[in-house]
Design a protein around this ligand. Structure first.
Ligand SMILES: NC(=O)c1ccc[n+]([C@@H]2O[C@H](COP(=O)([O-])OP(=O)(O)OC[C@H]3O[C@@H](n4cnc5c(N)ncnc54)[C@H](OP(=O)(O)O)[C@@H]3O)[C@@H](O)[C@H]2O)c1
Length: 292
Protein backbone atom coordinates (compact mmCIF):
# COMPACT_ATOMS: atom_id res chain seq x y z
CA UNK A 1 0.00 0.00 0.00
CA UNK A 2 1.32 3.43 -1.01
CA UNK A 3 0.13 6.30 1.21
CA UNK A 4 0.35 9.80 -0.28
CA UNK A 5 0.21 12.85 1.97
CA UNK A 6 -0.51 15.68 -0.48
CA UNK A 7 -2.36 13.43 -2.93
CA UNK A 8 -5.00 16.14 -3.47
CA UNK A 9 -2.50 18.82 -4.58
CA UNK A 10 -1.13 19.94 -7.94
CA UNK A 11 1.52 17.22 -7.93
CA UNK A 12 -0.52 14.58 -6.08
CA UNK A 13 -3.45 14.83 -8.49
CA UNK A 14 -1.06 13.96 -11.35
CA UNK A 15 0.78 11.27 -9.36
CA UNK A 16 -2.13 9.22 -7.98
CA UNK A 17 -3.48 8.06 -11.40
CA UNK A 18 0.04 7.14 -12.54
CA UNK A 19 0.35 4.78 -9.56
CA UNK A 20 -3.14 3.27 -9.79
CA UNK A 21 -2.70 2.68 -13.54
CA UNK A 22 0.29 0.48 -12.63
CA UNK A 23 -1.94 -1.52 -10.29
CA UNK A 24 -0.65 -0.12 -6.98
CA UNK A 25 -3.02 0.18 -4.03
CA UNK A 26 -3.05 3.87 -3.10
CA UNK A 27 -4.37 5.67 -0.03
CA UNK A 28 -4.54 9.48 0.03
CA UNK A 29 -4.11 11.24 3.36
CA UNK A 30 -6.05 14.51 3.39
CA UNK A 31 -7.38 16.95 5.95
CA UNK A 32 -10.65 17.09 4.01
CA UNK A 33 -11.86 13.91 2.26
CA UNK A 34 -14.28 16.03 0.19
CA UNK A 35 -11.22 17.45 -1.62
CA UNK A 36 -10.29 13.92 -2.70
CA UNK A 37 -13.71 12.88 -4.01
CA UNK A 38 -12.46 12.85 -7.61
CA UNK A 39 -9.71 10.42 -6.58
CA UNK A 40 -11.97 8.13 -4.53
CA UNK A 41 -14.10 7.59 -7.64
CA UNK A 42 -11.06 5.92 -9.23
CA UNK A 43 -10.78 3.27 -6.52
CA UNK A 44 -8.30 5.19 -4.39
CA UNK A 45 -8.72 4.94 -0.63
CA UNK A 46 -9.13 8.31 1.06
CA UNK A 47 -8.35 8.77 4.74
CA UNK A 48 -8.62 11.82 6.96
CA UNK A 49 -5.38 12.92 8.57
CA UNK A 50 -3.21 15.92 9.27
CA UNK A 51 0.57 15.69 9.32
CA UNK A 52 0.54 17.92 12.42
CA UNK A 53 -1.50 15.29 14.30
CA UNK A 54 0.58 12.18 15.04
CA UNK A 55 -2.36 9.97 16.08
CA UNK A 56 -4.15 10.63 12.79
CA UNK A 57 -1.15 9.77 10.63
CA UNK A 58 -0.35 6.65 12.64
CA UNK A 59 -3.90 5.53 11.82
CA UNK A 60 -3.65 6.37 8.10
CA UNK A 61 -0.19 4.81 7.63
CA UNK A 62 -1.27 1.42 9.02
CA UNK A 63 -0.31 -1.24 6.44
CA UNK A 64 1.77 1.17 4.30
CA UNK A 65 4.94 -0.08 2.63
CA UNK A 66 5.75 3.28 1.00
CA UNK A 67 4.82 6.78 2.13
CA UNK A 68 5.07 9.81 -0.17
CA UNK A 69 5.27 13.27 1.35
CA UNK A 70 4.00 15.83 -1.19
CA UNK A 71 2.73 18.32 1.39
CA UNK A 72 3.67 21.91 2.09
CA UNK A 73 2.42 24.64 4.40
CA UNK A 74 3.68 27.59 2.37
CA UNK A 75 0.27 29.07 1.50
CA UNK A 76 -0.98 28.77 5.08
CA UNK A 77 -4.12 26.85 4.05
CA UNK A 78 -5.77 25.45 7.18
CA UNK A 79 -3.39 27.34 9.46
CA UNK A 80 -0.24 25.47 8.35
CA UNK A 81 3.19 26.95 7.78
CA UNK A 82 6.58 25.67 6.58
CA UNK A 83 7.58 25.21 10.25
CA UNK A 84 4.50 23.18 11.22
CA UNK A 85 3.92 21.25 7.97
CA UNK A 86 7.23 20.99 6.04
CA UNK A 87 9.47 20.64 9.08
CA UNK A 88 7.47 19.31 12.06
CA UNK A 89 4.80 17.61 9.92
CA UNK A 90 7.39 15.79 7.85
CA UNK A 91 9.19 14.75 11.05
CA UNK A 92 5.86 13.30 12.22
CA UNK A 93 5.42 11.46 8.91
CA UNK A 94 8.95 10.04 9.14
CA UNK A 95 8.25 8.78 12.68
CA UNK A 96 4.94 7.23 11.62
CA UNK A 97 6.54 5.63 8.54
CA UNK A 98 9.21 4.10 10.80
CA UNK A 99 6.51 2.65 13.10
CA UNK A 100 4.68 1.25 10.04
CA UNK A 101 7.92 -0.20 8.62
CA UNK A 102 7.56 1.82 5.39
CA UNK A 103 10.00 3.55 3.04
CA UNK A 104 9.54 7.29 2.54
CA UNK A 105 9.79 9.42 -0.60
CA UNK A 106 10.06 13.11 0.28
CA UNK A 107 9.25 15.82 -2.26
CA UNK A 108 11.51 18.78 -1.60
CA UNK A 109 12.79 21.85 -3.43
CA UNK A 110 15.94 22.44 -5.50
CA UNK A 111 18.08 24.72 -3.33
CA UNK A 112 16.89 23.38 0.06
CA UNK A 113 19.58 24.50 2.52
CA UNK A 114 19.90 25.64 6.16
CA UNK A 115 20.73 29.29 5.36
CA UNK A 116 18.31 29.86 2.47
CA UNK A 117 16.47 33.23 2.53
CA UNK A 118 13.11 31.49 1.91
CA UNK A 119 11.78 29.80 5.07
CA UNK A 120 10.20 26.96 3.09
CA UNK A 121 13.62 25.98 1.72
CA UNK A 122 15.06 25.90 5.27
CA UNK A 123 12.14 23.75 6.48
CA UNK A 124 12.57 21.33 3.56
CA UNK A 125 16.27 21.06 4.38
CA UNK A 126 15.40 20.15 7.98
CA UNK A 127 12.98 17.49 6.71
CA UNK A 128 15.65 16.07 4.39
CA UNK A 129 18.12 15.85 7.29
CA UNK A 130 15.55 14.16 9.53
CA UNK A 131 14.83 11.62 6.80
CA UNK A 132 18.51 10.81 6.17
CA UNK A 133 19.02 10.31 9.92
CA UNK A 134 15.90 8.17 10.36
CA UNK A 135 17.31 4.83 9.23
CA UNK A 136 14.32 4.40 6.87
CA UNK A 137 14.80 3.50 3.22
CA UNK A 138 14.38 6.92 1.59
CA UNK A 139 14.45 8.90 -1.65
CA UNK A 140 14.37 12.70 -1.89
CA UNK A 141 12.95 14.28 -5.06
CA UNK A 142 13.86 17.97 -5.33
CA UNK A 143 11.98 20.03 -7.91
CA UNK A 144 12.22 23.59 -9.19
CA UNK A 145 9.14 25.88 -9.22
CA UNK A 146 6.03 24.26 -10.71
CA UNK A 147 4.81 25.81 -13.98
CA UNK A 148 1.18 25.10 -13.10
CA UNK A 149 1.40 26.76 -9.67
CA UNK A 150 3.00 29.99 -10.90
CA UNK A 151 0.95 30.25 -14.09
CA UNK A 152 -2.18 29.94 -11.94
CA UNK A 153 -1.03 32.67 -9.50
CA UNK A 154 -0.01 35.02 -12.31
CA UNK A 155 -2.97 34.24 -14.56
CA UNK A 156 -5.76 34.32 -11.97
CA UNK A 157 -6.40 38.08 -12.41
CA UNK A 158 -6.76 37.50 -16.19
CA UNK A 159 -10.31 36.24 -15.65
CA UNK A 160 -11.39 39.10 -13.41
CA UNK A 161 -9.54 42.12 -14.81
CA UNK A 162 -7.75 40.97 -17.96
CA UNK A 163 -4.39 41.65 -16.28
CA UNK A 164 -1.40 39.35 -15.73
CA UNK A 165 0.44 39.68 -12.43
CA UNK A 166 4.24 39.99 -12.37
CA UNK A 167 6.24 40.22 -9.14
CA UNK A 168 8.93 42.91 -9.03
CA UNK A 169 10.90 43.70 -12.19
CA UNK A 170 10.11 40.24 -13.53
CA UNK A 171 13.33 39.82 -15.48
CA UNK A 172 15.13 37.31 -13.21
CA UNK A 173 15.48 33.87 -14.89
CA UNK A 174 13.85 31.04 -12.92
CA UNK A 175 13.67 27.36 -13.74
CA UNK A 176 10.10 26.10 -13.97
CA UNK A 177 9.18 22.41 -14.23
CA UNK A 178 5.82 20.86 -14.98
CA UNK A 179 4.19 18.93 -12.11
CA UNK A 180 3.54 16.25 -14.75
CA UNK A 181 7.29 15.66 -15.14
CA UNK A 182 7.81 15.67 -11.36
CA UNK A 183 4.99 13.13 -10.92
CA UNK A 184 6.76 10.83 -13.40
CA UNK A 185 10.01 11.05 -11.42
CA UNK A 186 8.26 10.48 -8.07
CA UNK A 187 6.58 7.43 -9.59
CA UNK A 188 10.03 6.09 -10.55
CA UNK A 189 11.38 6.88 -7.07
CA UNK A 190 8.53 4.86 -5.56
CA UNK A 191 8.69 1.89 -7.88
CA UNK A 192 12.46 1.50 -8.48
CA UNK A 193 14.24 0.13 -5.39
CA UNK A 194 17.54 1.06 -7.09
CA UNK A 195 16.71 4.71 -6.36
CA UNK A 196 16.72 4.31 -2.56
CA UNK A 197 18.99 6.56 -0.48
CA UNK A 198 19.41 9.04 -3.33
CA UNK A 199 18.61 12.71 -3.91
CA UNK A 200 17.08 13.23 -7.38
CA UNK A 201 16.80 16.77 -8.74
CA UNK A 202 14.47 17.73 -11.57
CA UNK A 203 13.90 20.94 -13.50
CA UNK A 204 12.14 21.93 -16.68
CA UNK A 205 13.62 22.66 -20.11
CA UNK A 206 13.78 26.47 -19.73
CA UNK A 207 14.85 29.18 -17.32
CA UNK A 208 12.18 31.85 -17.80
CA UNK A 209 11.60 35.28 -16.28
CA UNK A 210 8.15 36.21 -14.94
CA UNK A 211 7.91 38.66 -17.88
CA UNK A 212 8.44 35.78 -20.32
CA UNK A 213 5.88 33.65 -18.47
CA UNK A 214 3.41 36.55 -18.76
CA UNK A 215 3.81 36.57 -22.56
CA UNK A 216 3.37 32.77 -22.77
CA UNK A 217 0.26 33.06 -20.58
CA UNK A 218 -1.19 35.74 -22.83
CA UNK A 219 -0.53 33.63 -25.91
CA UNK A 220 -1.99 30.47 -24.32
CA UNK A 221 -5.17 32.20 -23.19
CA UNK A 222 -5.52 34.57 -26.15
CA UNK A 223 -6.04 37.41 -23.67
CA UNK A 224 -3.54 40.16 -24.27
CA UNK A 225 -4.45 42.49 -21.40
CA UNK A 226 -1.89 44.59 -19.58
CA UNK A 227 0.86 43.20 -17.37
CA UNK A 228 0.60 44.52 -13.81
CA UNK A 229 3.93 44.66 -11.97
CA UNK A 230 3.85 44.64 -8.17
CA UNK A 231 6.92 46.81 -7.45
CA UNK A 232 9.61 45.53 -5.09
CA UNK A 233 8.95 48.29 -2.47
CA UNK A 234 5.27 47.24 -2.41
CA UNK A 235 6.30 43.61 -1.86
CA UNK A 236 8.70 44.71 0.91
CA UNK A 237 5.96 46.79 2.56
CA UNK A 238 3.48 43.91 2.25
CA UNK A 239 5.96 41.49 3.85
CA UNK A 240 6.65 43.91 6.71
CA UNK A 241 3.09 45.02 7.41
CA UNK A 242 1.43 41.60 7.30
CA UNK A 243 3.98 39.50 9.24
CA UNK A 244 1.94 39.54 12.46
CA UNK A 245 -1.60 39.56 11.06
CA UNK A 246 -1.33 37.51 7.85
CA UNK A 247 1.91 35.50 8.05
CA UNK A 248 1.11 33.49 4.90
CA UNK A 249 0.75 36.68 2.85
CA UNK A 250 4.01 38.02 4.32
CA UNK A 251 5.70 34.73 3.39
CA UNK A 252 4.42 34.96 -0.17
CA UNK A 253 5.60 38.57 -0.52
CA UNK A 254 9.07 37.63 0.77
CA UNK A 255 9.21 34.64 -1.60
CA UNK A 256 8.10 36.82 -4.54
CA UNK A 257 10.95 39.25 -3.72
CA UNK A 258 13.40 36.36 -3.51
CA UNK A 259 12.20 35.04 -6.88
CA UNK A 260 12.85 38.46 -8.39
CA UNK A 261 16.41 38.63 -7.05
CA UNK A 262 17.99 35.21 -6.29
CA UNK A 263 19.73 32.92 -8.77
CA UNK A 264 17.00 30.34 -9.37
CA UNK A 265 18.32 28.98 -12.65
CA UNK A 266 18.88 25.24 -12.95
CA UNK A 267 20.57 22.91 -15.41
CA UNK A 268 18.07 20.12 -16.09
CA UNK A 269 20.46 18.10 -18.30
CA UNK A 270 21.92 15.64 -15.69
CA UNK A 271 18.52 14.35 -14.53
CA UNK A 272 17.23 14.24 -18.09
CA UNK A 273 20.25 12.14 -19.11
CA UNK A 274 19.76 9.84 -16.10
CA UNK A 275 16.00 9.44 -16.74
CA UNK A 276 15.51 9.76 -20.51
CA UNK A 277 11.97 8.34 -20.37
CA UNK A 278 10.57 11.26 -18.35
CA UNK A 279 8.22 13.69 -20.08
CA UNK A 280 9.92 17.02 -20.83
CA UNK A 281 7.02 19.44 -20.73
CA UNK A 282 7.65 23.07 -21.66
CA UNK A 283 5.65 26.04 -20.39
CA UNK A 284 3.37 26.43 -23.47
CA UNK A 285 2.41 22.72 -23.31
CA UNK A 286 1.89 22.83 -19.52
CA UNK A 287 -0.43 25.83 -19.96
CA UNK A 288 -2.33 24.12 -22.76
CA UNK A 289 -2.91 21.08 -20.53
CA UNK A 290 -3.86 23.31 -17.59
CA UNK A 291 -6.42 25.20 -19.66
CA UNK A 292 -7.98 21.94 -20.90
N1 LIG B 1 4.39 24.21 -6.20
C1 LIG B 1 5.68 24.36 -6.43
O1 LIG B 1 6.12 25.31 -7.11
C2 LIG B 1 6.66 23.35 -5.87
C3 LIG B 1 8.01 23.42 -6.27
C4 LIG B 1 8.92 22.48 -5.77
C5 LIG B 1 8.49 21.51 -4.87
N2 LIG B 1 7.17 21.50 -4.49
C6 LIG B 1 6.76 20.47 -3.52
O2 LIG B 1 5.90 19.56 -4.17
C7 LIG B 1 4.96 19.03 -3.23
C8 LIG B 1 3.55 19.23 -3.78
O3 LIG B 1 3.32 20.62 -3.92
P1 LIG B 1 1.99 21.14 -4.65
O4 LIG B 1 2.29 22.50 -5.20
O5 LIG B 1 1.47 20.07 -5.54
O6 LIG B 1 1.01 21.32 -3.41
P2 LIG B 1 -0.44 21.99 -3.39
O7 LIG B 1 -1.11 21.84 -4.69
O8 LIG B 1 -0.33 23.38 -2.84
O9 LIG B 1 -1.19 21.10 -2.32
C9 LIG B 1 -0.71 21.03 -1.00
C10 LIG B 1 -0.98 19.64 -0.49
O10 LIG B 1 -0.48 19.56 0.86
C11 LIG B 1 -1.47 18.92 1.66
N3 LIG B 1 -1.34 19.43 3.02
C12 LIG B 1 -1.06 20.71 3.42
N4 LIG B 1 -1.05 20.80 4.75
C13 LIG B 1 -1.31 19.55 5.22
C14 LIG B 1 -1.43 19.00 6.52
N5 LIG B 1 -1.28 19.76 7.62
N6 LIG B 1 -1.70 17.68 6.64
C15 LIG B 1 -1.87 16.90 5.53
N7 LIG B 1 -1.78 17.36 4.27
C16 LIG B 1 -1.50 18.67 4.12
C17 LIG B 1 -2.79 19.30 1.02
O11 LIG B 1 -3.74 18.29 1.34
P3 LIG B 1 -5.25 18.59 1.83
O12 LIG B 1 -5.55 20.04 1.58
O13 LIG B 1 -6.07 17.65 1.01
O14 LIG B 1 -5.23 18.23 3.28
C18 LIG B 1 -2.45 19.30 -0.46
O15 LIG B 1 -2.63 18.02 -1.02
C19 LIG B 1 5.22 19.75 -1.92
O16 LIG B 1 6.06 18.96 -1.12
C20 LIG B 1 5.95 21.01 -2.36
O17 LIG B 1 6.78 21.56 -1.36
C21 LIG B 1 6.25 22.37 -4.97
Amino acid sequence: MIVIAGGTGTLGTRLVPRLTRQGHAVRVLTRDPARARHLAERGVEVARGDVRDVASIDRVLRGADTVISAVHGFTGAGGGSPATVDQAGNANLIGAAARAGAALVLVSVVGASPGHPIGLFRAKHAAEEALRASGLPWTIVRATAFMETWATIMGRPLQASGKVLVFGHGDNPINFVSATDVAALVELAVTDPGLRDQVLEIGGPDNLSFNQVAVILQEATGRHGTVRHIPRPALQAMAWLTTAIRPALARQARAALAMDTLDLTFDPAPARRAFPGLPNTDMPLALKELLV
